[in-house]
Write a protein that binds this ligand. Structure first.
Ligand code: HEC
Ligand code: HEC
Length: 405
């Protein structure tokens, strides 16, 4: 066979880029499931969505082996082919074989569903993305569960796909993984080549790099005085009198962090506020109480609000956010040394770790513990950051912290 076969380009650049960048997106998204890396996770999701859209288009206008009509096999054919594989007498296909084709359709379909449920969860739970506002928090949480379930199913489909690739490679004594990297396969003379597509591939690569660069640009130009916040949360209700009176000694804790009954009790006892007398006039008390109670945790203005409210027994009236079960759970892993370090200076000093504490949004991605040790990857990042700041002609970074109400 080898003396008459020749190397021909079967997978052109767009197909290979689609394949491997999709693999990269899947792995990245899997590794960034913790909400703290939500910005990376969401980028991987958008990229995955974009790649799938591109693949659907390329399945219509792409080269010979990429077009869907080249591997439009019915379910029966896929099943028969699988049986032949098991009997080790399956014929070799240059492009996608019937069973592999079904693997691709299933993976593409699951990818679409994972991206859609991800967007629904992102919109419902976090209030971000193109579908923000479509679902409320509880519905977003259901979409989130579905998103996770589908991701697991997709992982299973990936495993089956890999198994298929390995079995086929052994059966036909060819390295299918290598051919998806180089694009070449050893084929009989006369086989159509899928050359071309290089300009599209280069354009694709450039688009991906540009998208990544613009998505993460904020990190490259951030300064210690002006840290970058990946997701600037929706504007929460604000009140000038509350900010002035309740922000005098500590952060003006946003109303959404405690239930209405807690605020009412706190305001009624304002003359003995954690050992302080607030000396508020009655009309000030009334205005602030109305603002606090009207935007309290029950209103579920943010994810934190919803979860804090859920974590407090209906019979309890905590006066400290730091004593609610949700807060305790979320901060359990922080060591005493961190709490005591001068840069943090106690639990009540939320803003030392939460860049958006003032706004009350408490986005996961806006959380930075100021005393974390520098890792070597952080050091490399800092060098890169310096270079970018240098080459952006020392232009001042976009002022993201200024646009709060
Ligand atoms: C005169 C200073 C002062 C003012 C003004 C003030 N507080 Fe406080 N507040 C304190 C002190 C002191 C504590 C306890 C801090 C600690 O434990 O470290 C506290 C704690 C709190 C806590 C609990 C934080 C936690 O542990 O979760 C809340 C909530 C709170 N204040 C709300 C308010 C509100 C609402 C107002 C405006 C009506 C207000 N504070 C105005 C001094 C003040
Ligand atoms: C020492 C740094 C530090 C301080 C100070 C701090 N937090 Fe946090 N907070 C964290 C970390 C770390 C997490 C993330 C935990 C995780 O990823 O599960 C977190 C998570 C949260 C979350 C959950 C965010 C989400 O959507 O999952 C809320 C809400 C929150 N903090 C509120 C507060 C409030 C209110 C204060 C002040 C009373 C405060 N934090 C003080 C470090 C801090």
């Amino acid at each position: 066979m080898s003396n008459i076969s020749r190397e021909v380009k079967i997978w052109n650049l767009p197909v290979r880029l689609f394949h491997w960048v999709l693999v990269g997106c899947f792995i990245t998204a899997w590794l960034t499931r913790d909400d703290r890396y939500l910005d990376i996770h969401v980028f991987a999701g958008y990229l995955m969505g974009g790649l799938i859209l591109f693949r659907l288009l390329w399945g219509v206008i792409g080269g010979p082996y990429a077009r869907f009509c080249d591997f439009a096999f019915g379910w029966r054919e896929a099943w028969d082919y699988t049986k032949m594989v098991l009997k080790r007498c399956a014929p070799r296909f240059i492009g996608h074989n019937p069973a592999g084709s079904w693997g691709i359709y299933i993976l593409l379909g699951l990818g679409v569903l994972v991206v859609i449920t991800g967007l629904l969860a992102f919109g419902g739970e976090e209030g971000h993305g193109p579908l923000a506002g479509l679902l409320n928090y509880a519905q977003g949480a259901i979409a989130h569960d579905l998103h996770e379930l589908l991701a697991w199913v997709m992982l299973g489909a990936v495993a089956v796909h890999l198994l298929g690739v390995l079995v086929e490679s052994v059966l036909h004594r060819e390295n299918l993984i290598a051919s998806m990297i180089t694009g070449y396969k050893s084929v009989p003379p006369g086989t159509v080549s899928a050359a071309g597509g290089r300009p599209v591939g280069v354009l694709m690569l450039a688009t991906i790099i540009a998208a990544g660069f613009s998505w993460f640009y904020g990190y490259l130009v951030e300064t210690p005085e002006q840290p970058y916040r990946p997701f600037v949360g929706q504007q929460l209700p604000d009140n000038a009198l509350w900010r002035e009176e309740c922000g005098a000694c500590h952060l003006a804790f946003h109303p959404s962090l405690l239930p209405a009954r807690s605020w009412t009790v706190m305001m009624e006892s304002q003359s003995s506020h954690f050992g302080e007398d607030l000396f508020l006039e009655q009309d000030a008390i009334d205005e602030i109480t109305a603002f606090l109670a009207g935007n309290a945790a029950e209103q579920a203005l943010t994810e934190a609000a919803w979860k804090i409210d859920q974590s407090i027994p209906k019979t309890a009236t905590p006066l400290r956010i730091t004593e609610t079960q949700y807060w305790i759970d979320k901060h359990r892993e922080i060591s005493v040394q961190v709490w005591r370090s001068p840069k943090v200076n106690g639990k009540v000093n939320c803003a030392s770790c939460h860049l958006d504490a003032d706004d009350g949004t408490f986005e996961d991605a806006a959380m930075r513990i100021p005393v974390e040790a520098d890792s070597s990857s952080a050091a490399v990042f800092k060098i890169f950051q310096k270079a970018v700041r240098y080459f952006s002609f020392n232009s001042s970074p976009p002022n993201r912290l200024e646009d709060k109400g």
